[in-house]
Design a protein around this ligand. Structure first.
Ligand code: FES
Length: 127
């Protein structure tokens, strides 16, 4: 089963909601299941993320990953966010994942980076 911290973030999300206005916002889905995540971000005068929030529907892995990720990026610069990768998410979750569950775990990173890069779609190589 999943680690307790994953279940806790799924059941008691700290970062769920939307930010309006926001500086960056993006929404996308996991093509395998159709689950969607939107991430909104505000950036302060020094270029650091001051607020972040996620919304959407998905499985425990995708939702807890989104909650942990939006919490972890507070205070980071956009360049630091662009440098986040698959290994970062896996370390954050602390579990081994098969290919299907990996898509769930990476959905929030895909959405976040697409928003920050301002892209319509993000090639998986960037993750
Ligand atoms: Fe849909 Fe995990 S099953 S994101």
């Amino acid at each position: 089963m999943y680690r307790e911290i994953i279940i806790d973030h799924y059941k008691n999300p700290r970062m769920k909601g939307t930010l309006d206005p926001h500086d960056y916002s993006y929404e996308d889905d996991n093509p395998l299941c159709g689950d969607r995540i939107r991430i909104d971000v505000r950036v302060d005068d020094e270029g650091r993320i001051s607020e972040a929030a996620f919304s959407g529907e998905g499985c425990a892995i995708s939702m807890s990953s989104a909650d942990m990720l939006t919490e972890a990026i507070i205070g980071k610069t956009l360049e630091e966010v662009k440098a986040l990768d698959k290994a970062y998410i896996l370390e954050m979750l602390g579990i081994e994942l098969g290919a299907v569950r990996l898509k769930c775990a990476l959905l929030s990173l895909k959405v976040l980076k697409a928003g920050v890069y301002g892209l319509e779609t993000l090639e998986e190589e960037l993750l």
